[in-house]
Design a protein around this ligand. Structure first.
Ligand code: GLN
Length: 487
């Protein structure tokens, strides 16, 4: 039962082959059995069983209309969940129980979903390996033997939970790659919608002009089903879009004949492993055989996306994280004698190293003497990258690239300096910088048996193209989904 997709589980539930309570119990058992993966920070067992029971009665009365009725999901721990602790992976929020629900999680609840619990993540979503969480590292369920692999980050707990079949699907958030990169490392599907497609209301903010919620699922079809539920205009988020929300699932199985797939030549990174190149070529062959046309495109400014991201995102983070002052909510340092000392100690003790690094960089690039040299410059670069994409999308319908420059690395063997760690996102951040939607689809295993993913990037609000192309890739890739956890 644990390997079912949303689509399959929904059919099984409606045909009464099993109940939502049975399904929920199956996952709660697995979460306990594989608790050493550390994928969850908080479990909400009682609420889960309660909502599963309600789903079962709706299904029994044939009055079940929600697209996710009775489906057990996991929620990244930066979506505020009313009455259920939400930490964002930080000590700063270790005791924070939100008084309200995020729009994305509310929409999932309205569709009948069952929440198993909150998944582990890099602190405040800053990281690419899930090794900056206050609640410990997450282990990639693909690990074998003694080598414990990272699941990617920052949505590492969600990725591990989906890949290890501890839930059917999960939410993630993607500021620079945090849905797509862990999806690639963990052999699952991760979709970052267009900026504004989903409401950011009730998501713990990292970099508000980049943050976007997205589905992490076992299949492309599931991503389509999930995306439709969480999309749509929300008056509580002024940046959410009123663009109409199509039935994304209807693009599953649609031919890609005559679709033009762009291959950005700048994405052939220096020193890129031959295995990544081979995976990319496999993707091109699949698309070509399905009738698509492969065309080289140029994104000359893409190489500046990562450095510009590491100016803009810390700048926004330094402003967003100013609210953690020990006064209003969350952690407060004990035994201080003045207000200033209380602020200082609270932030010193409450934040981890990576978060502090970002706040320092962000404060610096926004300071009077550096603002123009860094922040304004980065915004100009952002515009240039946007022009590159606008030009490319006149030539092609969609762009295909590898999702990551490598497969998952082992815990303890991760890049030691922060800048090498940041390079993990070199292929994903570009989409965030210009608000474009992207999807990562598993393509193959490398020689070490570690998953690799390919990414599609589409024009704004063309997630339909991501689903259409992603599905063709998935159906022809024959990716060997993880059957059971051996670690
Ligand atoms: N890994 C990137 C960072 O550390 C992206 C994180 C994200 O998308 N939340 O900033």
């Amino acid at each position: 039962m644990h390997t079912l997709s949303i689509y399959e589980a929904r059919r099984g539930l409606l045909k009464k082959k099993f109940s939502s309570v049975e399904l929920t119990k199956c996952f709660l058992d697995r979460i306990r059995r594989f608790s050493h993966l550390n994928a969850f920070i908080t479990l909400s067992e009682e609420q889960a069983l309660e909502s599963a029971k309600k789903s079962d009665s709706r299904i029994a009365l044939e009055s079940s209309t929600g697209a996710l009725d009775g489906i057990p999901l996991a929620i990244k721990d930066l979506f505020l969940t009313k009455g259920v602790r939400t930490t964002a992976g930080s000590k700063m929020l270790h005791n924070f129980i939100p008084p309200f629900e995020s729009t994305v999680s509310q929409k999932l609840l309205d569709a009948g979903a069952v929440f198993l619990g909150k998944t582990n993540m890099d602190e405040f979503a800053m990281g690419s390996a899930n090794i900056t969480s206050h609640y410990g590292n997450v282990i990639n369920p693909w690990s074998q033997g003694d080598k414990k692999l990272v699941p990617g980050g920052s949505s590492g707990g969600s990725a591990a939970a989906v890949a290890g079949h501890l839930c059917i699907a999960a939410t993630g958030s993607d500021t620079g790659g945090s849905v797509r990169q862990p999806a690639a490392f963990s052999g699952i599907v991760g979709l970052k919608p267009t900026y504004g497609r989903c409401s950011r209301y009730g998501m713990v903010a990292f970099a508000s002009s980049l943050d976007q919620a997205g589905p992490m699922t076992k299949t492309v079809r599931d991503a389509a089903i999930f995306l439709r539920v969480i999309s749509g205009y929300d008056p509580k988020d002024s940046t959410s879009s009123a663009e109409s929300v199509p039935d994304f699932e209807s693009f599953v199985g649609k031919t890609v004949e005559k679709i033009k797939v762009g291959i950005p030549k700048e994405y052939y990174l220096e020193g890129m492993s031959p295995e990544i190149e081979a995976a990319w070529k496999k993707g091109m062959d699949i698309m070509r055989s399905a009738g698509a046309e492969i065309i080289e495109v140029s994104l000359p400014h893409a190489k500046y996306a990562l450095p510009a991201y590491y100016i803009i995102s810390p700048a926004e983070a330094s402003a967003n994280l100013a609210r953690y002052d020990g006064l209003r909510y969350g952690f407060r340092a004990a035994g201080t004698k003045s207000l200033i000392e209380m602020y200082e100690k609270t932030r010193e003790e409450g934040f981890g190293d990576e978060v502090k690094r970002r706040i320092l960089v962000g404060t610096y690039v926004l300071s009077a003497g550096s603002y123009d040299a860094y922040y304004t410059k980065a915004l100009q670069v952002r515009k240039l990258i946007e022009h590159d994409f606008t030009k490319s999308f006149k030539q092609v319908d969609i762009i295909m690239t590898p999702t990551t420059p490598s497969s998952a690395f082992a815990i303890g063997e991760e890049p030691q300096d922060p800048v090498s760690m940041y390079l993990n996102d070199v292929l994903t951040v570009t989409a965030n910088m210009v608000g474009l939607p992207g999807i990562s689809v598993p393509i193959c295993l490398d020689k070490l048996n570690r998953p690799l993913g390919l990414q599609f990037i589409a024009p704004h609000f063309r997630e339909d193209l991501l689903i259409q192309s992603g599905y063709i890739l998935e159906q022809n890739a024959n990716f060997p989904t993880l059957k059971e956890i051996t670690i």
